[in-house]
Design a binder for this molecule. Sequence first.
Ligand code: GTP
Ligand code: MG
Length: 273
Amino acid sequence: MDTNVQKRRENKKSLRVKVISLGNAEVGKSCIIKRYCEKRFVPKYLATIGIDYGVTKVQVRDREIKVNIFDMAGHPFFYEVRNEFYKDSQGVVLVYDVGLRESFDALDNWLGEMKQEMGSQANMESIVFVVCANKVDLTKRRVVDEGEGRLWAESRGFHYFETSAQSGEGIGEMFQAFFSSITDMCENGGKRPVAEVSVGFTKEQADTIRRIRNSKDSWDMLGVKPGATREEVNKAYRKLAVLLHPDKCVAPGSEDAFKAVVNARTSLLKNIK
Ligand code: GTP
Ligand code: MG
């Protein structure tokens, strides 16, 4: 066969991608990568200094994928080193520790930092995101449950996996789905395939459930000012009930959020004349 034709065929089958890891310091980013690439776990914390770089090869269907992994340091101190490396990523592994709520809350900031550093070329639709709810082996200290994590991820069209770098749980499945989606995206002209982001609920529903979970009191939960009238409370309640009624909303946590809203309205109306 003509060597050029052969080369072109081989090129079509092989693919080069860049992926990065993001998340607060000490959530387990490096350990997740190590578990996958080296099949081992290191219990001692060795903070990543700036960036760690590695290459691995994976097979997705008939394609060989050469993956360049940039494992970022989560500590704010390394911002100046990190910010260079966001550009041209096809995949992002976002990690939080299920035992540390602040690491979960920080995911929005990580997305913010990434968007800011990518500037005008930021096209989040051309990047595959996978969220790792890590350290699920430490069940007793868990504070962020699966519903909450899944909701945050899936409402944004991101994959969600429960992982433990210590036991290996979820790690293989997570990377397999991640690389397979990146390959699909590359074959789809660089756009994240739509099918996988269709989760059956809206971002408004997901955001509302999250807001309700984090509300500080019943007024806050219904989104009315303290001292609001019965009419205002009922109006706010009706709006939320339509949005979150379990018959209409399949988002994880909608049933609990709906119940919380019903209870908030009942308790407020008891005290309003
Ligand atoms: P930075 O590089 O500072 O951003 O941290 P990192 O996110 O890379 O964290 P790293 O992978 O170094 O892990 C931090 C600590 O958590 C280490 O002591 C790990 O042994 C521990 N750890 C990581 N993953 C797990 C896990 O799944 N379960 C448990 N029990 N410990 C974990
Ligand atoms: Mg690290």
